[in-house]
Design a protein around this ligand. Sequence first.
Ligand SMILES: [Zn+2]
Ligand SMILES: [Zn+2]
Length: 337
Amino acid sequence: MKAFYLESIKQFSKKDISIPSPNAGEVLVKVKNVGICGSDVHYYEYGKIGNFVIEKPLILGHEAAGDVVAVGSEVKNLKVGDRVAMEPGIPCGKCKFCKSGRYNLCPDIKFWATPPVDGTFTEYVTHPADFCFKLPSDVSYEEGAMFEPLAVGLWATEKANLKPENSVAILGVGTIGMMTLKSVLAVGITDVTVFDVSDFKLDMAKQFGAKIVNSKDPSIFKNYSDAFDVVFETAGNSITTSNTVNLVSRGGTIILVGLPSKDENILNTNLLNSKEGVIKTVFRYANMYPRALQLVSSGKIQLKPLITKHFDFDQLPEAFDYIVKNNDKVIKVMMNF
Ligand SMILES: [Zn+2]
Ligand SMILES: [Zn+2]
């Protein structure tokens, strides 16, 4: 089968490797769609994310859906022919975090496309059956592939304990910001303001029901001091991150979803303290795929408008190049297999 390896910065190679076989608890899945994630693009451009460094060629991709084509001897929940979305992190199942349900914090988790674990830009993958979610006929493969970023938005929303009357800000509407917006709207919040520097992205957020502010000139944030009960930061940008404390109301909550690339203290903790503000952080998600499945299948959340471009699997290098060059008008780029 074909697989694309990231060899070094901006350098892919296409290789022929053997099709893996599933062990007892696993299924073999023929991949149908994979979304390109911001993290994939970051590895492509910089060869690392924080402490995760690509030291040997790595298969990227972790937002995947496909067809079950073989099942291991102990698999009971799936059969050949089932269409599935695959949750990309495989926790150990034994540590205290796993046992308490916080398996996203498992120190031994194996997460696709996080060095040294290969991902899904390949024709077949094996995966534990209990991290595969059967798609009903009304959910497409590409929607199933997008459960992954949706799970992040749902988890951020879960952390916020929102009440219907809350005013909400979302800083940044790339894929994760859009998924947060959709998750927040799905729990009945009506007062949502999004900030971004791309008019393309802001226009899309407006169509989904958000109020929009172009924050190209960051001094605009001054007009929104103390304005929001809950502030989600999804841009991973030091300007927006530092502005969360200004924007949040007294007693309000900040949810940090994005990761600023520089690890510096950019939060005004004195101001935060005077507001008795709460900061929560989000690292991936836990137990959100069933929720994603329900919300998408019921039509409460529509994901297809977020796909701004498709590429065929063979065009993977072109797809990454396209994203880097068109960042201000890309939400989700979807690979077709
Ligand atoms: Zn992702
Ligand atoms: Zn564990």
